[in-house]
Design a protein around this ligand. Structure first.
Ligand code: 5GP
Length: 210
């Protein structure tokens, strides 16, 4: 199968906090079982109630984070809402070699960087709510944000929405199950993206010349 540039694929899921992108990506990923891998980011953000180290994120200090940056541990890293977040390289490359669909729940800056690093194998989905009010309600209901943090997240939401044209798909998460179906369909289709193939090699293989 050396006519495939990389066996697996990357699905980037971005969108405002409260859009439901993390729940969508995690559920689709777990339903896909062995076929998929959800990348756990490293962050300097304080742990929220109910979050677990190594499950939701790898929670580290700012110094530890910057050390990892120095070591070249991340494919990309960015400052989001005043905290650092990074995507680690090693596990992702392993999952790609194994032919898996790698889900990255990252912000718009992360999307730009990952697309540059892996232009042929990235499919991206921007997830949002049908309007601003629904987003505010969801964030309030989640109850994890202070008034201040809520304001920051709403301002950032609009900045992020302006990057929608850079994404392959726009998913309005109104009905969760329907949104899940769409994300699952996109994720599976990402494995046969044309740019993943080296077409010349494929034609040689197809002719039987290997
Ligand atoms: P939260 O603090 O709500 O978990 O995440 C805040 C934002 O950071 C979300 O938009 C999330 O997608 C983004 N994020 C999480 N991990 C990473 C990462 O590794 N890299 C980048 N660039 N953004 C991330």
């Amino acid at each position: 199968m050396d006519y495939m540039k990389v066996k697996g694929s990357i699905v980037v899921v971005s969108g405002p906090s409260g859009s439901g992108k993390t729940s969508l990506a995690r559920e689709v990923c777990s339903e896909l079982g062995d076929k998929a891998y959800f990348s756990i980011s490293t962050t300097t953000r304080p742990k929220r109630e109910g979050e677990k180290d190594g499950v939701d994120y790898f929670f580290v200090s700012k110094d530890e984070f910057l050390e990892d940056v120095e070591k070249g541990y991340f494919i990309e890293w960015a400052e989001v809402h005043g905290n650092f977040y990074g995507t680690s390289k090693k596990e992702i490359n392993k999952a790609l070699d194994e032919g898996k669909i790698v889900f990255l729940d990252i912000d718009v800056q992360g999307h730009e960087a990952v697309r540059k690093a892996y232009p042929d194998i990235v499919t991206s989905v921007f997830v949002t709510t049908k309007n601003k009010e629904v987003l505010i309600q969801r964030l309030k209901k989640r109850g994890t944000e202070s008034e201040e943090s809520l304001k920051v997240r709403m301002i950032n939401a609009l900045h992020e929405m302006k990057k929608i044209p850079e994404y392959d798909y726009l998913l309005i998460n109104d009905d969760f199950n329907e949104a899940k179906e769409f994300l699952r369909a996109v994720a599976i289709a990402s494995l046969i993206k044309r740019s993943k193939y080296n077409i010349e090699k494929f034609i040689e293989f197809w002719k039987g010349n290997k």
